[in-house]
Ligand binder design. Sequence first.
Ligand SMILES: [Zn+2]
Length: 486
Amino acid sequence: MAEDTRLTPQSEDFSAWYNEIVQQAELAGHSPVRGCMVIRPYGYRIWELMQADLDARFKRTGHQNAYFPLFLPLSALEKEAEHVEGFAPETAVVTRGGGKELEEPLVVRPTSEAIIWPIVADWIQSYRDLPMLLNQWANVVRWELRTRPFLRTTEFLWQEGHTAHATAEEALEETRSMLGVYRAFMEETMAMPVVTGEKTPGERFAGAERTFATEALMRDNRALQAGTSHYLGQNFARAFEVQFQTEEGEHDYVFNTSWGVSTRLVGGLIMTHGDDQGLVVPPRLAPHQVVVVPIWKDEDQRVLVLEAAERLRSVLAGELRVHVDARDTLNPGAKFYEWERKGVPLRVEIGPRDVARQQVVAVRRFTPEGEERKRFLGEAEAIAVLPRLVDAIQAELRDAARQRREAHSVRGLDDYGTFRERMEGEGGFVYAGWCGSEACEAKAKEDTGATIRVLPDEEFRSDPSPGRCLVCGEAAAAEALWARAY
Ligand SMILES: [Zn+2]
């Protein structure tokens, strides 16, 4: 990475800034196929850390991983009417294989409800086999016309949870509970605060009865739908004949849910924390939480500082992910620059004078107001302080993101003209009334590009709730969270 590589400031062109970060922090690269993405090792490591954290949460809530095929027969996708209508425009269909026309075209999965349920139907006989709590880590394909790395790609990586329950109440509780799991992950691990709530009928998953989502506010004041959780009712169970014997000995269809998050979360991380110097990775997801940069001028010094660096790394290794940057092809300044751009939470510098004084210099990537960016720590002190500092940075990033979101959220706005101006200008979250009509939702989208992200859950709602629809001025049926979104 060249030191003079310029990064466009966020305020100048956020979209250019984003694309440059993805390249310069070595997160992803282009593929020969338009709309597909190569995830480079540094970006993939962030995704792996996300996966590991989420997977542990799924297992703690009783889910098991399985793997289902990449292809499904076109006829299977067509069984649930709304599902096929929603997904048909973006499916990739294979018509030839092994040099021959296929008898039946195969769809590359855009999501796996239509693969999983015909198979799992045979695993479920009675209420004793329920709930069935499955998750799959996989890639899916949705033929996107406009793509951006991580945010919208034709092929992406994700997890998809698929569950079956004996009652509607249980399935709805699962839908809600997984939304909560996503929220906890996003806030605790990604340091990305989210608003949870329900999608309007027009924004539901194709085939779902209810869709819930987590919405985050990016640094350009646009919303990102970060995760979704769907209550499918018995729609898919009826389409794929997933029946079970009830406790009373009768037959009924199961109630299903599905829920997913994808590599889009990496995009969310970039746009929640990154700044004009580059990426900022929250410590829990940082491939390296601490990078030690030894500084030397001659061979004697090199041996001395590398020894001190290695000593620190080995003592901290059980607690922190520490990397010693011992490259002799780059000067320390270039290393500082590179790790700053890659968003490493803490840099530790060790020069010959530091070794003599038995100290190190710790430099933060993110420094909230009132904190020192740079600290001198005794060697023994560093061992105790660095893990605490890493934890503190995690919390500070979350607090800063929450403060920024709140500073760009308005409540009780009831003038449509002001709303239009705001959406054309600074953007952000607007909490305002909605009468419940699709026409008003469509008009706002047409006029401003803003959509109803969710009807927020109670804890996010304003008190008192706004009484009038932002668009038509009629009595509001609910409070809605409006924003322009990715
Ligand atoms: Zn209205």
